[in-house]
Design a protein around this ligand. Structure first.
Ligand code: ACO
Ligand code: ZN
Length: 166
């Protein structure tokens, strides 16, 4: 698969020095926050899928993922290696340019390289932009978790089957 990144944007693996920038983006884009030690532990255990996008030397988007083992939802339930999209976000002024797509596609390639059979995530049922992005990249809604978020909103669980070549 050829990945085309919009001009001026650079995608790369995150480093420890990037965590403050990632925390900033998370704080202004999402209501779900994590401790600094959580970000650092994901960076040290899952560095291949902790990705950032830079524009003019500043981080403007990130993807944080983790490889887990669990049941698939699609087809006969099976215990498999899964790529969990924990959190993805792009600063508002850089949205709708393909940055989210490049972050997620790159993460999916890395999950596949690591032997994940599927990728999954949870998303607020009201989060149309994100749900559209996931559907565009082949995720399907496979479950709904009632009251998943702190404010009581439900989550969709979305899953995508990974191929080594896509
Ligand atoms: N309305 C409808 N569809 C949208 C929108 C929107 N505002 N934004 C993106 N999409 C869909 C479209 O299908 C779009 O394709 P198109 O532009 O060809 O129509 C597709 O997503 C890809 O868009 P990108 O430009 O690649 O995505 P972007 O860089 O804008 O990032 C993201 C999308 C990450 C969801 C961004 O809107 C964001 O940061 N939102 C706030 C944080 C957030 O909600 N993160 C996801 C939480 S769930 C989780 O992390 C597991
Ligand atoms: Zn999750």
């Amino acid at each position: 698969m050829v990945l085309v990144i919009p001009e001026g944007y650079v995608i790369r693996k995150a480093k420890e020095d990037d965590i403050n920038g990632v925390i900033y983006i998370n704080s202004v884009t999402l209501p779900e926050h994590y401790t600094t030690s959580f970000y650092n532990s994901i960076l040290s255990t899952n560095p291949e899928t902790f990705l950032v996008v830079e524009y003019e030397g500043r981080i403007i988007g990130y993807h944080m993922g983790r490889i887990e083992y669990g049941l698939t939802f699609k087809g006969m339930p099976r215990f498999v290696k899964k790529g969990h999209v924990i959190s993805i976000a792009v600063l508002k002024e850089h949205r709708r340019k393909g940055v989210g797509t490049i972050l997620l596609k790159t993460a999916l390639e890395e999950f596949a390289k690591k032997g994940c059979e599927v990728s999954f995530l949870e998303v607020r049922i009201s989060n149309e932009p994100a749900i559209n992005l996931y559907k565009k990249l082949g995720y399907e809604i496979v479950d709904r978790i009632h009251g998943y978020y702190n404010d009581g909103e439900d989550a969709y669980v979305m899953e995508k089957t990974l191929e080594t070549k896509f």
